[in-house]
Design a protein around this ligand. Sequence first.
Ligand code: ZN
Length: 87
Amino acid sequence: MPLYLFNCDTCGDYTRRKSIHDNLSNDTCPKCEKTSSRVYTTFMTNVMDKKLSKAIESGMEPKVMKKSELPKNNIKSKSKISRPWMN
Ligand SMILES: [Zn+2]
């Protein structure tokens, strides 16, 4: 089972193994039994807005821009489309 990171307001961060069928957005702190919230460790999602993070977590990919939509001086290689969260 994957390991997820949660944050308790009182005790701080901790990790817990969960099935994808469990509630992954919230957990109960093993120390004080308060409700703790999921910490998203996927690259950059912690600085993205929450709605977008959720969309990525649920498997939705952000819109991929077409070549014609990119500024011309920005095109270097077709194969260099970066999706760091897919690693
Ligand atoms: Zn706690």
